[in-house]
Design a protein around this ligand. Structure first.
Ligand code: F6P
Length: 348
């Protein structure tokens, strides 16, 4: 079924990710080249509710491909989880004559999009942009590759000081529910131990691993730990956020706690921990993220023209695919067992 929207609204929402600007640029240029107007909605769903909208020309997205973050801002929006908030958002669409939406973000963004699309019968297409890489149906999300490179560089730098001072270093990375970032950065950075949310860790095994590194005269140990990692039978450390529609464990605390626990069970080596925090989300996107974002942005416009609705653009085996929001959000994207095993073997 073919369909041609009059005006596409585009927004970025949730945690920013390098490459969001490249996706915005691609959506804008692809739409305009098909004679469709584009209106940028500032601050995600918050701007949709408040009517913060501006028509974009190709000039508005000029020069933004190398820039991290998002020029149209991002926000978490508890109001959008209420029927009243979504009604106000819809009124903005009517007022602005926007008859299709493209939302750039992660699972929270698509959860809101799915409900909104159903309530008001408006076509919505999602573009996956999150450093977490935790969306089912796509091999990669925009921002993931850049984030990995940033973390890898930090691990490399920490190794220099770890070897010089013969210390144990704990590097806490993002990933409250998914260990993609931790696992892949641990492999790329050649870390010695990797602790992820999916596999609760045994602190005794961590201790043994550390000791082995010193008996084998390696003389230092680099450990990557995801913010959502927890010991067997233990709780995730950190403060739970109760923001409506966005529940997560605040960053920080996991590496600090592990350092204290290791001391408590008798590890005598000098231990330091580093929290990479939001550094992992910044920076100019890698070539791979720029290309992914550009392809997905153009594909999102194609999807609308083909009459698709309520789907996320994905990339499978280097081909564009469209995944219903329900699947992308609900189904877990499991880590590949071989990769988990490879990390363990290579670190031994
Ligand atoms: O971008 C996704 C994510 O990085 C998670 O891994 C992390 O828990 C969360 O965002 C932190 O987001 P913020 O502190 O910006 O709310």
């Amino acid at each position: 079924m073919e369909y041609k929207p009059h005006t596409i609204g585009v927004l970025t929402s949730g945690g920013d990710a390098p490459g969001m600007n490249a996706a915005l640029r691609a959506v804008t240029r692809a739409a305009i080249s098909n004679d469709i107007k584009v209106k940028a909605i500032y601050r995600g769903y918050k701007g949709l509710i408040d009517g913060e909208v501006k028509e974009f020309t190709t000039q508005d997205v000029s020069g933004i491909i190398p820039r991290g973050g998002t020029i149209i801002k991002s926000a978490r929006c508890p109001e959008f989880t209420t029927a009243e908030g979504r009604k106000q958002a819809y009124e903005t669409l009517v007022r602005e004559q926007i008859d299709a939406l493209i939302v750039i973000g992660g699972d929270g963004t698509f959860t809101g999009a799915r409900i909104f699309a159903q309530e008001f019968n408006i076509p919505v297409i999602g573009i996956p942009a999150t450093i977490d890489n935790d969306l089912w149906g796509t091999d990669a999300t925009i921002g993931y590759d850049t984030s990995l490179s940033t973390i890898m560089e930090c691990i490399d730098k920490l190794r220099d000081t770890a070897t010089s001072h013969e210390r144990v270093f704990l590097v806490e990375v993002m990933g409250r529910d998914a260990g993609w970032i931790a696992l892949h950065s641990a492999i790329a950075g050649g870390a010695d131990v990797c602790l992820i949310p999916e596999i609760p860790y045994d602190i005794e095994k961590v201790r043994e691993k550390i000791e082995a590194r010193y008996t084998n005269r390696r003389g230092f140990c680099n450990i990557v730990i995801a913010e959502g990692a927890k010991p067997i039978g233990g709780e995730v450390v950190g403060k739970a956020s109760t923001e409506v529609g966005y529940q997560h464990i605040r960053l920080g605390g996991v590496a600090e706690k592990l350092a204290a626990d290791l001391k408590n069970i008798g590890v005598e080596h000098d231990i330091r921990y580093t929290l990479l925090g939001h550094l992992q989300r910044g920076g100019s996107p890698t070539a791979s993220d720029r290309i992914l974002a550009s392809r997905m942005g153009a594909a999102a416009v194609d999807a609308l023209l083909e009459g698709q609705r309520n789907v996320m653009v994905g990339l499978k085996n280097n081909e564009i695919v469209y995944i219903p929001f329900t699947k992308a959000i609900k189904d877990d994207k499991p880590l590949d067992k071989d990769t988990v095993r490879a990390q363990e073997i290579l670190a031994s």
